[in-house]
Design a protein around this ligand. Structure first.
Ligand SMILES: NC(=O)c1ccc[n+]([C@@H]2O[C@H](COP(=O)([O-])OP(=O)(O)OC[C@H]3O[C@@H](n4cnc5c(N)ncnc54)[C@H](OP(=O)(O)O)[C@@H]3O)[C@@H](O)[C@H]2O)c1
Length: 289
């Protein structure tokens, strides 16, 4: 049995759906990463064959005002999990982020797993600290991904696609950042890749994102094109947008290490993945948004 933390979140929920009976989902309030005793007890009782750790403090801007809480969940909570996984001798998969490549070198080539990191902002630093805690246990995977969109959990604040659709319905002109390059990724594709990696037993760090690269403005334009919406949308800069937390200007991830597995689940181009999400969101009940 595989324990999945953050099982009511976007990625954790999808992992539980794909793993079916093989998964045991763990989440707040009865599994709280800031309560080490509870974490040790739950995992000790379950004795899972592996832990996939998706739970995190993910409110990137709020983290600037709550650094202690953010570090308690993402860094210290991950440390407790790593130490427990070591004690139980079970592999640990830690989901990390493209934000570790914050203030990067000039944007030209996608980042590889071994490239130096420059996490900027509280959330990015806390997630990187989570990576370091994970590295302390040999049987680990660190999977860095980016811009997740998928079926939302009960408390999820939303994802970028749903936010764009909601704002478009309000009929306003949208202003969307056009100077941050990355690869938004569709949760079911990332979940399949994570399960595949875990079953491969090839421990290490992997980048898992959809193909190609885009900016949030271009991504939003493609959402509206695919939905046939005539939404007015303007490109703006990161500075004009003025978010509290810094964002990477270029955090495109190189997935060639993952792609070297000949039978690994595919990571389709982001345009294809987005089209799949938009088809899927209308088919499920309740709808994603
Ligand atoms: N979303 C992205 O764009 C993105 C990009 C790159 C990497 N990542 C990483 O990918 C992973 C999954 O992201 P996601 O979008 O699926 O996240 P999500 O939807 O925000 O889900 C996170 C889950 O963790 C739970 N959680 C929060 N604090 C907790 C605590 N103290 N103890 C136990 N559980 C706690 C949340 O519960 P509540 O909802 O009740 O708070 C939620 O169910 C995260 O590790 C994130 O850092 C995300």
């Amino acid at each position: 049995m595989i324990a999945v933390t953050g099982s009511r979140g976007q990625l954790g929920g999808e992992l539980c759906r794909q793993l079916g009976d093989a998964a045991v989902g763990l989440d707040l309030p009865d599994f709280d990463l800031t309560n080490p005793e509870q974490v040790r007890e739950r995992l000790g009782a379950l004795r899972p064959e592996a832990v996939i750790h998706t739970a995190a403090y993910t409110a990137v801007d709020r983290a600037e005002e709550e650094p202690d809480r953010c570090f308690a969940v993402n860094a210290e909570g991950t440390g407790v999990l790593a130490e427990t996984a070591r004690r139980l001798d079970c592999p640990l998969v830690y989901i990390s982020t493209d934000y570790v490549f914050g203030a990067s070198r000039p944007a030209d080539e996608p980042h590889r797993e071994e490239d130096p990191v420059f996490p900027c902002g509280v959330y990015a630093r806390s997630k990187y600290e989570g990576e370091l805690r994970t590295l302390a246990w040999q049987k680990h995977f660190i999977v860095r991904t980016c811009g997740l969109y998928g079926r939302l959990g009960p408390n999820s604040p939303g994802n970028f696609v749903e936010t764009m659709i909601r704002l478009a319905k309000q009929g306003k002109t949208l202003r969307v950042v056009d100077d941050q390059w990355c690869t938004p990724s569709y949760v079911p594709h990332v979940a399949s890749a994570v399960i595949y990696l875990l079953r491969s037993g090839m421990y290490g760090t992997f980048h898992v994102v959809n193909g190609g690269a885009t900016t949030w403005y271009r991504f939003a334009r493609e959402i509206f094109r695919l939905l046939g919406l005539d939404t007015a949308i303007l490109p703006i800069t990161t500075e004009e947008y003025g978010a509290k937390a810094p964002r990477p200007a270029f955090s495109v991830l190189d997935t060639s290490k993952y792609q070297r597995f000949p039978d690994a689940p595919p990571l389709p181009h982001w345009k294809e993945a987005l089209a799949e999400y938009l088809r899927e969101r209308d088919r499920v009940d309740p709808p994603f948004g």
